[in-house]
Design a protein. Structure first.
Length: 355
């Protein structure tokens, strides 16, 4: 059997969708299982023994019709039996159409259902699920294959390359990180402004963590975000600044994974860094943006190792007043009402339990 799993989009999406490969390989150890994603996400799949090949669809190919159609026929030549399309957009609808797979699975959308012979309805938004809707909705895509219940593995997992581990240790040594102390990674900034907890509030969180813990602190941010990262750092006291290794940054995604593997916990904005930390079995404290559905992305919540907070937990009346479609345009205004005082005690509990 040859199986192709398609998940375009961001790092967190790709990592969560890798659970499909883990379950499929458990059920069908002799199957060939390939995974298609964008090039910037491939590092979260490296080393996964349940994935035989990673197929990349770069922007240059996507933007050129001749290259894209050549890619379609390359996929067809691989003769997949099963195709699972987690993304379900026009691009992947076309890949599915040309694939020649006999079993084609995706989520139900009225405009694309003719491309697939299994169209699964996502769980209703209000449904309380076991692992978080982002996980449970993915597991739905395995239903048509009727896998044995014992084969289902809902936990994403990352694999750290030994060479990357050595380089991360060398980086810690270079930046004088005291590994005899606990190490806290701060997911300092989101991928965009509406997914970034206000900088002055984040500085208050960093200060609170620094004052109450004899620990080393690392910041996770992109080089392009250094100005905002510097603002947070500058708002911290001198005593807290001494605990922060501001310039210790990963050079690439594999490097970040190795660095995160040496940390004890992660705390901060929802995003790929949090999902990667969970896949390394690191305790996480997540601050969700007001416009993100916490019920979807708060995966593996147990009130101890994985805890998350959302403004809706504290001020639900704000959301009932606005309505679903008005939340996103008002995210920055809503953020101003999401002060750290709401959940400082939860941070304290989280760190006491996990450090």
């Amino acid at each position: 059997m040859k199986i192709l799993v398609i998940q375009q989009k961001r790092i967190g999406d790709v990592l969560l969708s890798s659970i499909l490969c883990n379950s499929l390989k458990q059920a069908h150890p002799d199957a060939t299982i390939d995974f298609m994603c964008y090039p910037n996400c491939k590092d979260v799949l490296l080393g996964n023994p349940n994935i035989d090949s990673i197929l990349l669809l770069p922007n240059e190919t996507r933007k050129s019709y001749p290259s894209l159609f050549k890619f379609f026929f390359e996929i067809r030549a691989k003769k997949y039996d099963v195709l699972i399309d987690v993304y379900g957009k026009l691009e992947t609808n076309l890949i599915t159409l040309f694939s020649g797979a006999s079993t084609k699975i995706s989520y139900y959308k009225w405009y694309s259902s003719l491309f697939y012979n299994h169209n699964l309805h996502r769980l209703p938004k209000e449904t309380k699920t076991k692992y978080g809707q982002a996980i449970d909705n993915r597991l739905l895509l395995l239903q048509p294959l009727k896998l044995d219940e014992n084969s289902i593995n809902p936990y994403p997992k990352l694999y750290v390359d030994p060479k990357e581990n050595e380089e991360a240790l060398a980086l810690f040594q270079k930046h004088n990180v005291d590994q005899n102390k606990k190490i806290i990674m701060i997911s300092l900034l989101g991928s965009e402004k509406i997914k970034t907890y206000p900088l002055e509030y984040m500085a208050e969180i960093v200060e609170y963590v620094g004052q109450n813990n004899d620990a080393e602190i690392l910041f996770n941010y992109f080089p392009s975000q250094i100005e905002d990262a510097q603002k947070v750092y500058n708002l911290c006291s001198e005593a807290t600044q001494k605990k922060i290794h501001f310039d210790l940054l990963a050079g690439n995604l594999s490097s970040f994974i190795a660095i995160m593997d040496l940390c004890d916990v992660i705390l901060g904005n929802d995003g790929g860094a949090i999902n990667m930390a969970k896949a390394l079995n690191k305790p996480s404290f997540t601050i969700f943006s007001p416009h993100v559905d916490k019920n979807d992305w708060a995966t593996f919540e147990d009130g101890k190792q994985n805890i998350s907070v959302h403004l809706n937990d504290f001020k639900p009346e704000l959301f009932s007043e606005l309505g679903d479609k008005e939340v996103k345009p008002n995210t920055l205004q809503l953020y101003t009402q999401f002060t750290p005082d709401f959940f400082k005690d939860q941070i304290s509990y989280f760190l006491n339990e996990n450090l």
